[in-house]
Ligand binder design. Structure first.
Ligand code: C2E
Ligand code: MG
Ligand code: MG
Ligand code: MG
Length: 287
């Protein structure tokens, strides 16, 4: 049918679509072997307590070493995995691996270990029947105390309520913390805080970038910490890249921050050396 249309104006549009579909199909095909071929790895990015500079948490971020293309960004393959449903087994592997890692750190380092492991969970996973039970059984299997796990969801995943919000509530009821990722970039950031149990706001990098910008840009970051404080939620500033941003955030009342200024996502051995040898913690530029 595409060939029959080939002589008219749709041909260009169609071939673009075809190229994208082919690329996604080949990614999906390669992705279907990623787990058995051991091509996925987790990196961990520190979440830093600004007053003390200590690593109080980590966020697990997945990496895929594609057999021929090398490292593929999650920005490219997570959306494909969501569309094909492959995110369900991949996400379960991510959750199990990060919980084993956190439980292992807790056993070996006790209170020196980061208090919380944060794991990104996509809409497709939340909608999978039985997902809250999967979380519960992974916690039981790994021995990780529920209050040491945080599940990160996006506003779009729970927009419109329904089954996704029910799943979030069931996970929250296990004692797991819920973080709203990329806070402020969705459709209904404030409305969601009434309908969905949330413990943590992760302030999107696009707002954090403005903290050393204009008065108007800073006002947004200030308003978000005020909302968090008024509602008794934690706030984590994401994508902090400079000491000036870290200092300003601290002055505005932020306690928690994450970003390249402190550390990039790191392998487990590298991060262990941080929380064992970096006893004075990260210091802000002017501190
Ligand atoms: P996210 O959850 O908002 O993660 C933060 C992203 O910002 C990460 O990119 C991190 O490496 C990057 N980042 C952290 N600090 C800085 C900074 O100071 N400057 C800049 N420019 N970037 C910074 P990454 O690892 O490429 O992940 C991108 C997105 O892919 C994540 O955004 C998340 O939505 C998704 N993702 C990553 N891992 C997983 C996973 O295991 N499961 C699911 N469902 N999604 C994942
Ligand atoms: Mg995240
Ligand atoms: Mg984020
Ligand atoms: Mg983001």
């Amino acid at each position: 049918a595409a060939k029959e249309l080939g002589k008219n104006r749709y041909v260009h549009y169609d071939s673009d679509l075809d190229a994208r579909a082919v690329e996604q199909a080949s990614l999906a095909a390669a992705l279907s072997h990623a787990l058995e071929r051991d091509e996925l790895r987790l990196l961990y990015q520190p979440v830093v307590d600004l007053p003390s500079g200590r690593v109080v948490g980590v966020e697990a971020l997945v990496r895929w070493h594609h057999p021929s293309d090398g490292m593929v960004s999650p920005v490219r393959f997570i959306p494909v995995a969501e569309r094909t449903g492959q995110i369900v087994p991949l996400g379960e592997w991510i959750l199990r691996t990060s919980c084993y890692q956190a439980a292992d750190w807790y056993r070996r380092y006790g209170d020196e270990a980061p208090a919380r492991m944060s794991v990104n969970v996509s809409a497709r996973q939340l909608l999978e029947p039985g997902f809250p039970q999967t979380v519960a059984s992974i916690l039981a299997e790994t021995g990780l105390p529920p209050d040491r796990l945080t599940v990160e969801i996006t506003e779009t995943a729970v927009f419109g309520g329904g089954r996704a919000v029910e799943a979030v509530a069931a996970i929250h009821a296990l004692g797991v913390a819920i973080a709203l990722d990329d806070f402020g970039t969705g459709h209904s950031s404030l409305g969601l805080l009434r309908t969905c149990p949330v413990d943590v706001l992760k302030v999107d990098k696009s707002f954090v970038d403005g903290v050393t910008g204009t008065v108007e840009q800073e006002a947004i970051v200030t308003s978000i910490i005020e909302i968090a404080q008024a509602l008794g939620l934690r706030a984590i500033a994401e994508g902090v890249e400079t000491g000036a941003q870290a200092d300003r955030l601290h002055d505005l009342g932020y306690r928690l921050a994450q970003g390249f200024h402190f550390a990039k996502p790191l392998g487990s051995a590298e991060i262990e050396s941080l929380f064992t040898t970096n006893e004075e913690g990260f210091t802000s530029a002017a501190a």
